[in-house]
Design a protein around this ligand. Structure first.
Ligand SMILES: [Zn+2]
Length: 188
């Protein structure tokens, strides 16, 4: 029995190594400020991204207020043909109509991949003060574009200028998020 378990653990470790080795970038360690609660919600938002990837692009977002998920949104760009329907913009389009500014200001936005520049603008206008992202936007882009760095303004750079008091935490469980992008690209 112990022997069988040993073989199983060995096989699982090979499988893990294989998947990891297929990534063209090395996942970054978690942000030092991340909490168990953040990890819990990032796992949830990765599920939303996986679901979105069935019909759209592999991105998800959640809004959490007082420990509860009050809104969930997956990317809808493909099915709507609307390029503004990223996970974060879709989420905030709904949430800003549904909830008052006070609730938004006291909520945390969890997103599977670091917000792009368009979504950073929407987060600014929605008055969200805390963002937790899973996968770094640059890391996700580097999977497919070695020159991605030249074409990117990160959300941290944007918020440093437009609103430095917004707290941004990430990456969190980045390997899992990068694999979602990698698997999605292989299916195309
Ligand atoms: Zn975006």
């Amino acid at each position: 029995m112990v022997k069988i378990l040993g073989i199983l653990v060995f096989l699982l470790s090979i499988q893990h190594f294989t998947t990891y080795a297929q990534l063209k970038v090395t996942p970054m360690p978690d942000d030092a400020r991340v909490t168990e609660i953040d990890i819990y919600f990032i796992k949830k938002v990765y599920e939303v991204a996986r679901k979105a990837s069935e019909r759209n692009y592999p991105y998800g977002a959640l809004l959490v207020h007082e420990g509860k998920i009050i809104a969930t949104y997956g990317n809808k760009v493909k099915e709507t043909g609307d390029v503004t329907m990223h996970a974060e913009t879709g989420l905030l389009s709904y949430a800003s109509k549904e909830f008052g500014p006070q609730i938004l200001a006291n909520s945390t936005l969890y997103t599977s991949t670091e917000p792009c520049i368009m979504c950073s603008g929407a987060i600014y206008w929605a008055n969200i003060r805390k963002i937790v992202y899973g996968t770094t936007e640059l890391q996700a882009r580097l999977l497919f574009d070695p020159d991605a760095k030249k074409r990117l303004i990160s959300s941290r750079e944007a918020f440093n200028t437009i609103r430095p008091d917004v707290e941004i935490i990430g990456p969190v469980s980045e390997e899992e998020g990068l694999l979602i992008h990698e698997i999605f690209s292989r299916r195309k």
